[in-house]
Design a protein. Structure first.
Lengths: 290, 366, 341
């Protein structure tokens, strides 16, 4: 009893601090860095030194230089493709999972999530050695007699980028789709059948639309993660592996032009925020009527 | 269609989940156009009967016939039945119109016709103004009516209703009972209504099928079930009843005696040949309703016994007295009488003479 | 009893940590170096001889050194290793201190080409010595002896259409501009005129079409080599890279191209923020001793400045990497080259 009596004033004393902390964390770790980037994007660099005078030159350069916009669009298209491929592969997988019963469903789901525990770079290395001209994939295909000699189809080109990013990011697509599918009450499917719908009609008219919020979050997850990835395209894409993330990296890493890098980051952040908002908005609109 | 013609028959239908049996050898005939209620406590198998008919689950053995044709293996989406689910199961991403028109739309009915029939169906359930709303924007009763319209629009031979009123509050439930009944009369479609609420069953059904532990105990009109229960379970389940155990005695015309702790009681066996034929000495019960029991007057010679008033409970228009009778083999009986403004004529603790008329008593075999 | 012992244990551990922290704060020499430049046994020996404690932080790239030194305006480290190309940038930014050669007796014993530091481009300015050469290697060409015949003598082989899709190049605009300039026969590959720059850029776009992939680490290049059909590798990591490949059984050889091989030269420099300049000079003197420098070449395969090594033949033409005319421009141009479809 006495400890309960003591507990309350202590909790009372600490609660504003906890609240402050809860607000401080996102501010310090998310908003503040973003704000700093935004501010930096209006500076410029002269002889390796940052000039702290506001200018729009960085943005002007981004929109007028013949290099940046084309790579920017190409990267967005690439990441949209990765999102689309991931969803095409993840949806059947997640759907299959929901048809399993009891323990197997979660055991299999966990197995699919295991790659997330492994180092990203090691995974890229592993995938690259599998895809190489003398890699496992080609050896297996030649060994099985499917192709006569090693193919360059997945060797340092756009296909390799799409395949690798998909492999790396597909768990992020499976999970939200699985959760959305699992949330659909079975009785709705019974009701659809009861009203005369075939399995296909039930899938197209009930299951699919009700799982779209999951698909939307899956797409935005994969897109955002893919667009932020400056390693994979470079490591598996050969001469096609030049993406916007790479340009950004070069501004900080080799050109040492932080303000311009910051401006490019702001442009990228806009796309990322738009993707997240789009995914969230779509998910919520459909979800609200559930 | 003739109401006396059977629409759907269940023959020796059994159902087990794994090794656990839930239905034993059910035989049931549903008449065309009737409002049949399947009544039973939870675990009685009543919902399973509905799911088997609807095609939501396969039979373990037996057969289901529609118009004499075996439909046991017919897939759910081909059966000309529609279900109103317990929690309505409305599609959250479709509007009211989308939900109601769903059954027509999957059958590729022309858009214009769907719109007309949806409008008509919604008119029928008095939801004409809510076409474009989503289910989340409706009240419980409105959702209920959408579910009903959705089930009716395909003009099914049979509408299956799985405790559809369970989620509604009392007042709304009463309204919906009347509403359902009136709709059923209007569309003349056969309704199979599953519930655990006997009051609901009595209020709506043409016939009631009482189930217990995977068996059908009795099938009949509410009146039959109320006044002529054929077993102890139905006699006890269906409304308040006084049951006094005893052994059957001699039969005299339409009446038969039973020897009980309250003495010899005489009850009606009219139109019940199995009771007339039962062996003398067989165990059974005298059953009489609380409203049939009364304070014995001078003229009441038969079925007369004395009892002590243990408790009085005022219940509005009537008052219920709990009575202990029968000496050593004490029986608790209930007596219901109209309440009076100036107070009860009975006092708790006093011993009174009691009686019921032989034609208001009934026999049940143990 | 047990509790008491436990408490004592905790107290002594706490005390230990406190002591360690305070001694680290008090006197330790803070060294920022590449892996292999400050091996544990050398550090131990140095501390034993001089009584100076050493904390070493290893780095993985030139940018990381710049970020660390520039980020703290030189306050976080006493002595660090940086190459000739980078050093001028640090001098200009006033991040390093001149070194007193009188304090480095071992520097008098180095190989002839490193003895006169004014002849080593990039380590002096205005008569002051800012860097002491320590370690070098050429950036040559690795070729697969089974696939490339006859043996190449020039980087121009990288453009040979016979090796299309079999070339590994390095992902760095600065170096790529420099070596291409040498291949084109330009005198000063680090100061290109506008026309020269345009010519090099066009040449690099051509190179790109012959390339399988651009790599950044030696491990990465080796992995790509193992899993793919690679004939030529522009060897940013020189000796180390070729030896690692030979170790896994690859049939490869290494040449310094006849037009001149770019070569990096790492130097020890003293940071502007050095707390004890004397200790830093003692460290550098120790590093250019016969013993440490000899061991350096044995262990890493790099050339050192004291003992003759196999890194480059005496006839090989080495072009010390130097500060380029405009690194940002080269980086931007390199981006443009990579962005060219």
């Amino acid at each position: 009893m006495s400890s309960a009596g003591l507990g309350r004033p202590i909790a009372f004393r600490w609660s504003p601090l906890v609240t402050a902390l809860a607000f401080a964390l996102p501010v310090v770790f998310v908003l503040a860095p973003l704000a700093i980037f935004l501010v930096y994007s209006f500076f410029s660099v002269d002889q390796g030194q940052i000039v702290y005078a506001p200018t729009l030159a960085n943005y002007l350069r981004f929109f007028t230089d013949p290099v940046f916009l084309p790579v920017f669009w190409r990267t967005i298209v690439l990441c949209l493709s990765v999102a689309a491929i991931s969803i095409l592969l993840a949806y059947p997988t997640a759907y299959f999972l929901t048809t399993l019963h009891g323990r197997w469903r979660y055991v299999l789901l966990m197995l699919l999530m295991v790659p997330l525990l492994m180092s990203y770079v090691i995974k890229i290395y592993a995938i690259r050695s599998i895809l190489g001209l003398n890699g496992f994939l080609n050896k297996a295909l030649v060994g099985l007699g499917i192709i006569a000699e090693p193919s360059t189809l997945f060797v340092f080109n756009m296909n390799a980028i799409l395949l690798t990013l998909t492999l790396l990011l597909i768990p992020f697509a499976i999970l939200p789709i699985f959760l959305a599918l699992e949330r659909i009450p079975q009785v709705l499917l019974s009701a659809s059948h009861d009203l005369g719908a075939s399995n296909l009609q039930t899938f197209l008219r009930i299951t699919l639309p009700l799982s779209l919020p999951g698909v939307a979050s899956a797409a935005s997850f994969v897109f955002v993660l893919a667009i932020g990835d400056f390693l994979t395209p470079q490591m598996v894409g050969g001469i096609s592996g030049f993406t916007f993330g790479r340009i950004l990296y070069s501004q900080f890493g080799t050109a040492f032009n932080w303000p311009f890098g910051a401006a490019l980051s702001v442009a990228l952040a806009m796309v990322v925020i738009a993707a997240i908002l789009a995914g969230e908005r779509f998910g919520r609109n459909r979800g609200a009527s559930l | 269609m003739n109401q006396n013609c059977d629409l759907l028959t269940l023959r020796s239908v059994s159902k087990s989940y794994g090794t656990v049996p839930v239905l034993y050898d059910i035989d049931l005939a549903i008449r065309d156009g009737e409002f049949l209620t399947v009544l039973g406590p939870s675990g009685s198998g009543k919902t399973t009967v509905l799911r088997l008919i609807g095609g939501l689950e396969p039979l373990t053995s037996g057969e289901i016939r529609l118009d004499g044709q075996d439909i046991s293996d017919m897939p759910i989406n081909r059966r000309p039945f529609n279900t109103v689910f317990q929690d309505y199961a409305l599609f959250p991403h479709l509007t009211v119109a989308g939900n109601v028109g769903y059954g027509l739309s999957v059958r590729h009915v022309a858009r214009k016709e769907i719109a007309e029939r949806v409008a008509k169906a919604l008119e029928l359930v008095q939801l004409g103004r809510f076409t474009e709303r989503f289910p989340a924007q409706l009240s419980g009763g409105q959702r209920q009516r959408v579910a009903l319209a959705r089930a009716l629009i395909c003009q099914p031979r049979l509408v299956l209703l799985d405790e559809p009123l369970a989620a509604l509050d009392l007042e709304l439930r009463r309204q919906m009972q009347e509403f359902l009944k009136s709709i059923q009369r209007e569309v003349k479609t056969t309704f199979l209504f599953v519930t655990h609420d006997q009051e609901e069953a009595i209020g709506m059904a043409d016939r009631i099928c009482v189930m217990e532990a995977g068996h059908i105990r009795q099938l009949g009109t509410p009146h039959e079930l109320y006044y002529k229960p054929n077993c102890e379970f139905v006699a006890r389940f269906f409304g308040e009843n006084n049951l006094v155990a005893g052994t059957l005695g001699e039969t005299r015309g339409e009446f038969r005696a039973i020897e009980t702790a309250l003495g010899r009681l005489v009850c009606s066996v009219a139109d019940q040949p199995h009771l007339k034929a039962a062996a003398t000495g067989a165990r059974g019960f005298a059953a009489f309703r609380p409203e049939a029991l009364h304070l014995a007057g001078d003229g009441d010679a038969g079925n007369r016994f004395s009892g002590a008033i243990a408790d009085l409970a005022f219940a509005g228009s009537s008052t219920v007295a709990t009575i202990t009778a029968g000496g050593d083999a004490a029986q608790r009986l209930r007596l219901r009488f109209p309440s009076r403004m100036d107070g009860s004529v009975l006092r708790a603790g006093e011993t009174v003479a009691l009686s019921f008329a032989p034609h208001e008593g009934h026999l049940v075999l143990a | 009893m047990l509790l008491k012992r436990l408490l004592l244990g905790i107290a002594s551990v706490g005390l230990g940590i406190g002591l360690m922290a305070s001694s680290a704060l008090a006197a330790n020499l803070r060294v920022l170096a590449w892996d292999g430049y400050a091996d544990a046994d050398w550090v131990k020996q140095f501390t034993a001889e001089s009584g100076i404690g050493v904390d070493v932080v290893f780095i993985g790239s030139d940018d990381e050194i710049w970020a660390k030194i520039k980020g703290s305006e030189g306050q976080d480290f006493d002595v660090f290793a940086v190459n000739t190309a980078q050093l001028q940038r640090y001098i200009k930014a006033d991040l390093v201190s001149p070194i007193d050669l009188a304090k480095l007796p071992n520097q008098k014993e180095v190989l002839p080409r490193f003895r006169d530091l004014t002849q080593v481009s990039g380590v002096t300015k205005d008569g002051n010595v800012y860097g002491i050469p320590f370690c070098f290697d050429s950036i040559g060409l690795i070729y697969d002896t089974d696939k490339v015949k006859p043996a190449p003598t020039s980087m121009s082989v990288l453009w040979d259409p016979a090796y299309k899709g079999k070339v590994l190049a390095y992902d760095n605009g600065e170096h790529n501009f420099s070596f291409t300039a040498l291949t084109l026969g330009y005198k000063d590959p680090f100061n290109l005129s506008a026309e020269q720059m345009a010519a090099v850029k066009a040449k690099l776009v051509e190179l790109k079409r012959n390339v399988l992939s651009f790599y950044t680490t030696a491990d990465e290049a080796q992995q790509i080599y193992q899993n793919n059909d690679v004939a030529l590798i522009w060897a940013n990591y020189g000796q180390q890279q070729v030896k690692a490949l030979q170790k896994i059984g690859a049939h490869v050889a290494y040449i310094n191209p006849s037009e001149g091989a770019l070569a990096w030269l790492d130097n020890w420099v003293i940071s502007k923020g050095a707390r004890d300049k004397d200790a830093a000079e003692k460290w550098i003197n120790f590093m250019v001793s016969k013993k440490v420098s000899g061991a350096l070449s044995e262990r890493t395969g790099f050339g050192n400045t004291v003992v003759e090594s196999s890194s480059a033949g005496s006839n090989d033409k080495l072009v010390w990497l130097n500060n380029v005319e405009d690194p940002t421009k080269r980086s931007d141009q390199w981006n443009e080259i990579k962005a060219t479809p």
